[in-house]
Design a binder for this molecule. Structure first.
Ligand SMILES: [Mg+2]
Length: 253
């Protein structure tokens, strides 16, 4: 029996290039979909942003937002796999693993006071400023600011170690994406990956999981998949994707 191939894919620096374009990876995604692989976007981005790219890439598979803070599963997606969800809307069941954004913002305030540091997060920035700082077009910067759990931030003044220690002391998670540090509840991409991996195994008996990403916030995801592809200075995104296509073809034969 052919296994179900599930690719857990980061967005920034993995599907998207440094200018947030996906023209290079779009044909690769289509090839993988034609090979009957599932592509699970697993990103630090918000639900609104991930939905934007998912729509443009023609993806129907579940997706993970804000560094593992929530999993979105289309209501008709799994036929037999059973799971509990924390909320639902018209289209999706949602498994929330993160802490609400308003609480994260309060924690950041106290961390700044306790450590005498100066931190600037997306919540402190206007949409214009987020657009400027990230290089995102204004409309996408608006979606990036629609945060529900995780706060991307920079340290303007003070020690990174002090901030990291304070985050950990509060039982929160800290991670590094391509451009920003992130603070979020006690979750990560790996936790979300484990839950989805189990659902795919329930649904398809045999599922092979692959992870592709480029930053430290992908490491927890890599730890949970059968095979990882780590984009680096030595190994480009396109060569990683080509290897995934080859591997998928071999397993589908
Ligand atoms: Mg990335």
């Amino acid at each position: 029996m052919k296994p179900k191939i599930v690719v857990f894919a980061d967005l920034d620096g993995t599907i998207l290039d440094e200018r947030y374009k996906f023209s290079q990876t779009q044909p690769i995604i289509h090839t993988l979909l034609n090979l009957d692989a599932s592509i699970v976007l697993t990103s630090s981005k918000t639900r609104s942003e991930v939905e934007f790219y998912r729509r443009h890439l023609g993806l129907k598979d579940p997706f993970v937002v804000e560094n593992g803070s929530a999993i979105y599963i289309h209501k008709k997606y799994f036929k037999t796999a059973a799971f509990t969800y924390t909320k639902q809307n018209r289209q999706y069941y949602v498994i929330e693993l993160g802490m609400p954004y308003s609480e994260i913002r309060k924690k950041i305030e106290s961390i700044q006071k306790e450590t005498g540091t100066n931190i600037i997060g997306f919540g402190d920035m206007t949409t214009q400023k987020v657009a400027q700082d990230t290089g995102l077009p204004f409309e996408l910067a608006q979606l990036a600011k629609a945060r529900e759990y995780d706060e991307p931030f920079r340290i303007i003044e003070g020690s990174e170690n002090a901030v990291v220690d304070a985050i950990k002391d509060k039982g929160l998670c800290f991670t590094k994406g391509g451009r920003y540090f992130h603070v979020l509840g006690n979750t990560d991409k790996g936790k979300a990956t484990t839950i989805l991996k189990d659902l795919y195994q329930q649904e398809f008996q045999k599922a092979v999981t692959i992870g592709i990403g480029d930053s430290p916030n992908d490491f927890s995801m890599f730890a949970q998949v059968d095979k990882s592809f780590i984009i680096s200075d030595e190994k480009s995104s396109s060569s990683c994707w080509q290897e995934i296509i080859e591997l998928t073809k071999i397993m589908q034969n």
